[in-house]
Design a protein around this ligand. Structure first.
Ligand SMILES: Cc1cc2nc3c(=O)[nH]c(=O)nc-3n(C[C@H](O)[C@H](O)[C@H](O)COP(=O)(O)OP(=O)(O)OC[C@H]3O[C@@H](n4cnc5c(N)ncnc54)[C@H](O)[C@@H]3O)c2cc1C
Length: 305
């Protein structure tokens, strides 16, 4: 089955839902694709998003965001996209899991990122019980506690430096430090305890993290483990369209100030455009992408601005 839309948004996390609200309110026929449970926000407990006084569950933010997008007329389709192609008439053909195809004038990529895992025992079981993939998001839950950051890149090193501001003690476990001289100097002159040339082989604890075990047999007593091994965007879907990636890491979609990619009609917002991994950034970018995508669809269809 084929259906036509002005704007289709790939991803129903905060970036996609905010884009849907703005595109639908701008009178674009809009659909949002993707599964709520796959959003990074689904398992989060949020206390640093503007105007929320109490800690709010990510699930309830997403539920309300979905209702809001529907209220403004966006269609919610709980399916992943399998394929996107650009057609001769300059529209995009978006193929869903069900085999249905959507014909679209503007597409917004808001598929988020998947965090690289450590893949050690205890990591999955203790996720959300001391294991986190985001210093920016969860640092405050470890105030005055001992934490361990794992990773060799600048995200891990700067994460460890940020943790020093809240934690009572910060360890950094890294195989080899691949960071700038400036960051290395900051780290070496800080209170962070660096375990260089070491790997975490196990995260220990029952119900909550108690320690990490290193490959030399050493055990570090810790309440929090921040896995900062980087992330990858779901960009494989669009590389065939020639979407440019950011020149620094080559892992995120490059966009301009209108959230437009280098491919006409293709916009991107949220984590897929790179860090910081924060709702505030995702919804800001989603707002801009939604408005721009709707305006582009209007122009492409010859309708009045
Ligand atoms: C444990 C945890 C705690 C966090 N805590 C906070 C916090 O306290 N404060 C804060 O600001 N941020 C927090 N974050 C970060 C925040 O959740 C993300 O920055 C935010 O969710 C990014 O929004 P997004 O819409 O870009 O991507 P996501 O929310 O990850 O949504 C991506 C969407 O894309 C969909 N998708 C993926 N592939 C496809 C496909 N092929 N087709 C269609 N759809 C697809 C998914 O189903 C999902 O709906 C936390 C993250 C984690 C993991």
């Amino acid at each position: 089955m084929e259906s036509e839309f002005d704007v289709v948004i790939l991803g129903s996390g905060p970036a996609g839902l905010q884009a849907a609200v703005h595109a639908a309110r701008a009178k674009a026929k809009t659909a949002v694709l993707g599964k709520m449970r796959s959003s990074a926000l689904y398992r989060a407990h949020v206390e640093n998003y503007c105007c929320l006084l109490d800690t709010v569950s990510g699930e309830s933010i997403l539920n309300e965001g979905r209702q809001q997008a529907e209220r403004f007329g966006a269609a919610l389709i709980d399916e992943d996209v399998l394929h996107i192609e650009r057609r001769e008439d300059e529209r995009f053909g978006v193929t869903l899991e069900s085999g249905d195809t959507l014909l679209v004038r503007s597409v917004i990529l808001a598929m988020g990122v998947s965090r690289n895992r450590l893949n050690v025992a205890g990591e999955k079981e203790l996720l959300g019980r001391g294991v986190s993939y985001c210093v920016d998001c969860d640092a405050n839950f470890f105030r005055n506690q001992v934490v361990t950051v794992v990773g060799s890149g600048s995200a891990a090193a700067s994460g460890a430096l940020r943790m020093l501001l809240v934690a009572s003690e910060t360890h950094l476990v890294c195989e080899s430090l691949e960071i700038s001289e400036k960051l290395r100097y900051q780290l070496e002159s800080s209170r962070a305890q660096v375990h260089a040339g070491r790997k975490v082989t196990r995260i220990v604890g029952e119900g909550a993290v108690r320690a990490v075990l290193l490959d030399n047999g050493e055990e570090i007593e810790t309440s929090g483990v921040f896995v900062e091994l980087g992330a990858k965007g779901a960009i494989e879907l669009v590389t065939a369209l020639g979407v440019a990636l950011d020149s620094e890491s080559m892992r995120f979609v490059a966009v301009d100030k209108k959230q437009a990619t280098n491919v006409p009609g293709l916009f991107a917002a949220g984590d897929i455009c790179g860090p910081p991994w924060q709702i505030a950034k995702a919804v800001g970018e989603g707002c801009v992408a939604g408005l721009e995508a709707a305006a582009r669809a209007r122009r492409a269809s010859g309708r009045q601005e």
